[in-house]
Design a protein around this ligand. Structure first.
Ligand code: GLN
Length: 495
């Protein structure tokens, strides 16, 4: 039965419809895999009873010929989504014991499509990080290893638990959230697909806020088609999120025609980063060849402000975070550490509840928003952000998608890059520009490093042009033919 954990969402749908196996068998296989894979620390809450009951209901619907888009598909949900009656803490101590009385729109949409929740996944605290090492629930272990080296590697972040779960066969798909790269970079580090839709495509209602003008939900899956299926269910307008956009959700899977002969792909010169490993550069060139071989036109483009994206992001995101996180005061929910007066109680609660990285962001954010520095930092960053978006607008006058590497390196060992926040921030150098511009983007597993670790290629498209993004990504996926599997599938053993 263990091969049920190796299916794609698309093949599982077909198998369920053909009654090759039941949703209950599918869910039980995943529960066994999660139990055998607890050493990865991918899950922070397990909701097995709920999943089993949902599977039985799904089987009844399928038997009645009433199956919906994701009927009976077992998924993992990032701990950042509020799920009714189930811990939702963004892996922070400050939300200790928080079980929301409501459901996020994205997860409600998934359940309305028939999907089932296996549990909540580990993540960087409040989604601040690139290695899943800032979680109050401890680090996640990447199921991949360097060849001939047993050192535990990070899965990327912040959606590290979701990415590790999908890569290790603990869920058929997972939700992530991406503020500056948190779906795409862990997707690349774990050898799976990670997709961030256009800002406003998915509702943020019930997502624990990090930086509201950047946060977007998206899928982590094994294939591009699966990402299209999951996004189909997740996306849509929601009157409870004023930044969610009211436009129809197209049939994303139908856009995977395999034909890119009418597309022009842009390769931005400015993404050629000094010190980037030669094998990443080589994979990028291979990506160009794949698109040319498939009949697409590939041209060089310029995105001159790229070098300002990372510093801009690290002003805008902490500024919004410092404001969003002001609500955690020990009064309304989560942790409370008593003091002699309210001010002391706030201070003690926040000192005990937030980890070091979150405190660093609150300090930076408060500084750049303070009188006297607001104009010099925050306002200037907002202006640069507009110019970065304009760079993309100009590029999209002549190209349909932009091709870059996803990250400047592969997964690194737990402990590496940890004492230097700037080195950690470099993880996002290729993903952050699309975030600042609100554009849809996807990471597709495309190759391996010399020592056997997955590398991703990254595509960016015009706002709301997810169909073209998926179409191009599908061709990239087909040409790359990435079929490698991680050597460690939890304690259940290697395949
Ligand atoms: N790594 C980036 C950060 O730490 C992005 C995180 C994210 O996308 N949530 O802010």
């Amino acid at each position: 039965m263990s091969d049920l954990t190796r299916l794609t969402i698309a093949t599982a749908r077909a198998g369920l419809a053909a009654r090759d196996y039941s949703a209950r068998e599918l869910v039980d296989a995943h529960i066994a895999a999660i139990e055998g894979g607890r050493d990865l620390n991918a899950f922070v809450a397990e909701t097995f009873d709920q999943a089993r009951a949902g599977a039985d209901a799904a089987d009844r619907r399928i038997a009645a010929g009433d199956g919906r888009l994701l009927e009976g598909i077992p998924l993992a949900i990032k701990d950042l989504f509020c799920t009714r009656g189930v811990r939702s803490q963004a892996c922070s101590r400050i939300l200790d014991g928080f079980e929301p009385p409501y459901e996020s729109t994205v997860t409600a949409n998934l359940w309305a499509a028939g999907a089932l929740m296996l549990g909540k996944t580990n993540m960087d605290e409040f989604a601040m990080g690139s290695a899943n090492v800032t979680s109050a629930d401890g680090p996640v272990i990447n199921p991949w290893r360097r060849e001939g080296d047993d050192k535990s590697l990070v899965p990327g972040g912040s959606s590290g638990g979701s990415a590790a779960a999908v890569a290790a066969g603990l869920a058929l798909g997972a939700t992530g959230t991406d503020t500056g790269g948190s779906i795409r970079q862990p997707g690349a580090f774990c050898g799976i697909v990670g997709m961030k839709p256009t800002y406003g495509r998915c509702s943020r209602w019930g997502m624990i806020a990090f930086a509201s003008s950047l946060d977007q939900a998206g899928p982590l899956t094994r294939t591009v088609e699966d990402a299209a299926l999951m996004l189909q269910a997740m996306a849509g307008h929601d009157p409870r999120d004023s930044t969610s956009i009211d436009r129809p959700v197209p049939d994303y899977a139908a856009s995977l025609t395999g034909d890119v002969r009418d597309l022009t792909i842009g390769v931005p010169a400015e993404y050629r980063m000094e010190g980037m490993p030669a094998e990443i550069e080589a994979l990028w060139e291979e990506g160009v060849r794949w698109f040319r071989d498939a009949g697409a036109t590939v041209i060089d483009i310029s995105l001159p402000l790229t070098k300002y994206a990372l510093p801009t992001y690290y002003i805008v995101a902490p500024a919004e975070a410092s404001s969003n996180l002001a609500r955690y005061d020990g009064v309304r929910y989560g942790l409370r550490v008593e003091g002699d007066d309210p001010t002391e109680m706030y201070a003690r609660t926040r000192a005990a509840g937030f980890g070091r990285e979150v405190k660093r962001r609150i300090l930076i954010g408060t500084y750049v928003l303070s009188a006297g520095y607001y104009d010099a930092y925050y306002l200037k960053a907002q202006k640069v952000r507009t110019l970065i978006a304009r760079d993309f607008e100009t590029a999209f006058e002549s190209v349909d998608a932009v091709l870059t590497p996803t990250a400047p390196f592969a997964a690194f060992a737990i402990g590496e890059k940890m004492d230097d926040p700037i080195a950690m921030y470099l993880n996002d150098v290729f993903t952050v520009p699309a975030s600042l511009a609100g554009l849809p983007a996807i990471s597709v597993p495309a190759g391996l490093t010399g020592d056997g670790l997955p590398l991703g290629l990254h595509l960016i498209a015009r706002p709301f042009d997810e169909p073209t993004l998926f179409r191009a990504a599908g061709v990239l996926e087909g040409a790359a033919g990435f079929s490698h599997r991680p050597p460690v599938h939890g304690a259940g053993g290697a395949v």
